[in-house]
Design a protein around this ligand. Structure first.
Ligand SMILES: NC(=O)c1ccc[n+]([C@@H]2O[C@H](COP(=O)([O-])OP(=O)(O)OC[C@H]3O[C@@H](n4cnc5c(N)ncnc54)[C@H](O)[C@@H]3O)[C@@H](O)[C@H]2O)c1
Length: 292
């Protein structure tokens, strides 16, 4: 009788980005307080961790996923030893950003850095949007950033110090399909806001800059997987395959997704005191997906 066949275990798929985790020795955030929006998961979570690793005196994580953001804040506080405050709320709605600012000032007494990372990742061809989804996309990708900027400004102006970092995305400038609302309108307006607000605050000790990722493998962030905000209705069928197919023929960019810490490193620079002479700028952390 022949021995029973051993089933071959499926090959483990290891993300090509996994080996590019960027730990830091910098301590640029000592004494500084930062707010990171959309920080319950994904890139926002990694940005919050990075600022904490750089010694932040206080970090405020805000997210529409109220329970999850409180859990994430507790986890990061125990991992990094830095004080965290998790606040649940829909930042696209009037008054919520002001409440976040008030709670931040009560707990930590100042606001040095705002990272506008929250976004509603709704990716469909324009022709396929319903009116309701179109409104939701504008609400989540335009109003959120605008309201957060406006809410922190009185504190930053009074301090005569502030750093605002907006998270954009290369789809804004490389014409990726499915991105008219998320990138064309959302990130496009964010880039415009970066420049005009930088101009408005240039004499006030405040800088405003924008970091655009390409593709990020956010599954490498160590957080629990979640599909909560990535509602299947927000990404049309075949969207990710089509985007991958379009990127395939390009040979002159680093054709792997970013580790989220590679993006967080650029955000940490713009958000720190070190970036004192850089404002109104945009940088692509996208492996050369778009150049200059
Ligand atoms: N993942 C990528 O490949 C990629 C590529 C380019 C740009 N980006 C940008 O990076 C940022 C983070 O992306 P991600 O992949 O981590 O996304 P994500 O969906 O995992 O995280 C976004 C977070 O924002 C929160 N959020 C959404 N709307 C909110 C609101 N109104 N109020 C409060 N919180 C809200 C969500 O709950 C979620 O936790 C986004 O701005 C995104 O556009 C991501």
């Amino acid at each position: 009788m022949s021995a029973p066949q051993q089933a071959t275990p499926p090959a483990q798929s290891v993300s090509p980005a996994a080996q590019f985790d960027q730990p830091t020795q910098c301590r640029r955030y000592e004494g500084r307080v930062a707010i990171v929006t959309g920080a319950a998961q994904g890139l926002g979570r990694v940005i919050a961790r990075r600022l904490a690793e750089e010694g932040a005196a206080g970090l405020v994580l805000v997210d529409i996923q109220s329970e999850r953001v409180v859990d994430t804040a507790a986890q990061l506080e125990s991992q990094t030893g830095r004080p965290m405050l998790g606040i649940g709320g829909d930042l696209s709605q009037p008054g919520v950003a002001e409440q976040v600012v008030a709670q931040t000032l009560t707990r930590f007494g100042r606001i040095d850095t705002l990272v506008n990372n929250a976004a509603a990742l709704i990716r469909l061809r324009l022709v396929d949007f319903t009116e309701a989804l179109m409104q939701q996309a504008v609400q989540g990708n335009v109003w959120t950033t605008l309201r957060c900027c406006k809410a922190v400004l009185p504190t930053m102006l009074a301090q005569r110090y502030g750093r605002i970092v907006n998270i954009g995305g290369e789809a804004w400038r490389n014409g990726a399909p499915f991105h008219t609302l998320l990138a064309g309108v959302g990130k496009g307006s964010m880039v415009g806001l970066t420049v005009t607000l930088a101009g408005e605050t240039v004499r006030d000790g405040i800088t405003v800059n924008c970091v655009s990722p390409g593709a990020i493998d956010t599954s490498l962030d160590g957080g629990a997987p979640s599909n909560w905000q990535r509602d299947p209705a927000w990404t049309g069928p075949g969207v990710m395959d089509e985007l991958g197919r379009l990127a395939g023929p390009r040979s002159n960019f680093i054709s792997r997704p970013a580790h989220p810490s590679e993006v967080a490193g650029a955000v940490a620079y713009f958000g720190s005191p070190e970036a004192s002479y850089v404002t109104g700028q945009h940088i692509g952390v996208s492996g050369g997906m778009a150049m200059i």
